[in-house]
Design a protein around this ligand. Sequence first.
Ligand SMILES: NC(=O)c1ccc[n+]([C@@H]2O[C@H](COP(=O)([O-])OP(=O)(O)OC[C@H]3O[C@@H](n4cnc5c(N)ncnc54)[C@H](O)[C@@H]3O)[C@@H](O)[C@H]2O)c1
Length: 371
Amino acid sequence: MGKLRLGFVGCGNIANTKHLPNLAKFPDRAEVVAFCDVIEQKAIDTKNKFGTPDAKVFTDYRDLLKMDLDAVYVCTPNRSHSEITVAALRAGCHVMCEKPMAINSEEAKAMVDAARETGKLLTIGYQNRFREDTLTLKQMAEDGFLGEVYMAKAHALRRRGIPTWGVFTNKYEQGGGPLIDIGTHALDITLWIMNNYKPVSVLGSTYNVLGTTLRGAEQGTSSHWDPDTYEVEDSAFGFVKFENGATVFLESSWALNTVEQKQAMTTVYGTKAGASMEFPVGEASSTKKRLVVNTVVGGKQVVFEPDVRETVPDSQDLIFNYPGAEKECKVWLDALEGKGEVVVKPEEAFVVTQILEAIYKSAETGKAVYL
Ligand SMILES: NC(=O)c1ccc[n+]([C@@H]2O[C@H](COP(=O)([O-])OP(=O)(O)OC[C@H]3O[C@@H](n4cnc5c(N)ncnc54)[C@H](O)[C@@H]3O)[C@@H](O)[C@H]2O)c1
C-alpha cells in the first residue's frame, strides 16, 4: 500500500499544533498533499512546514475536494464542520473532523447519515479518549471492575481560560462557549467510559457573568479577552438522565471563581468501585494526571492509583499540549489502512452533540428537554 494522501481544511491552531506534528511522526504512512484556508497565507505557511514539496494550496475547500485524496481533516471553526465534512464524505474521502462534531444535532445527523450512505470513515477529534488515564479507566469499566456506573461528573472547568485566538467567543461561528468547546471533551470521555448513549432528559443553565464584565488582562492571567466582543456563555452546567436511570452532571467554564480547574476529566461512581481523574496536588499539568480509584477489598475500603503517566513530554502548557493526540493519530491511520476500527464513532459524537444542544435549549427555556 502506498502512502495515504491527506488534505487539510483549516490551517490554524489545531491543524498546526495537534494533527500535523503527530502525522509527521509517521512519514512512511501518510503525506499531506493539500492545504486549504480562507486566509491563503496560512495555507501556504502550513504547506511549507508540513506538506510535500508539490502540495497544493486552496482557499475554497470545494477545490481541494477535486483532488484524489484518501482523507480530509476538517479543522475550521465549528459552524462549517458539518458542511465541509458532508461534502468531503460525498467526494469519496474519509474524514477526521475536529470537535465539537457540529453546532447542533441536525447538522451532526447530516454527518452521521453521509458517513453511513457513502460507507466512508468519519471520526471526531476527541483525543482525550487516548490519554493513559482515560484508556485505563475505560479498560476497568470493560473488565467489570467498576460494576455498573450509575452516576458520573464530567468536568471541564477553567478559572480564567477564555481562548483569545480565532473566533471562540463568536456565537455564530462556534455555536456557544465553554460547553460546546471543552464540555464536549469531558462529556465524550464520560459517556464512553459509562458506555451509555441513551439520554432521556436534560436540564441546564448557562451564565454569561465574568466574560462580559471582566477584562482578561486585569485578572492576572495571560487570557486577555475582550468583554466587548464576548458573545457566548462563560460557564454552563447540565444534568442528564439516562434510560437505565443513570445520571451525569456536566460542569464547564472558561471563567469561574473556582480553584478546581479540572478539564477533560471525569469522576465515575459504580456499583463495585468509583474513580476520579485528578491533578497532582498543587499542579494543573496536562500530562501528569492521576487516576484515583476507590473500592472495597477483603471487607476494607481501599484507595489506589494505577500508573497512568503519559510518555509524551510535559510542556506545562495546558492549552497547546494534547496528551493522547499521538495515539489518536495512529489509531486513525490504522483505520484508514484497514487495520483497525475507528474508536470515536460518529453515532457517539452525535449523542454528545444532542446533549450539549439540550443543555443550551433548557437554559434558554428554563425547562427540561426530553430527547
Ligand atoms: N481537539 C481539541 O482539543 C481542540 C483544541 C482547539 C481547537 N479545536 C477545534 O478545532 C477547530 C479550529 O480551532 P483552531 O483553534 O484551530 O482555530 P483557528 O482559528 O486557529 O483555526 C481555524 C482556521 O480555519 C480557517 N477557516 C475558517 N473558515 C474556513 C473555511 N470555510 N474554509 C477553510 N478554512 C477556514 C481560519 O482562517 C483559521 O485559519 C475548532 O472547531 C475547535 O473547536 C479542537
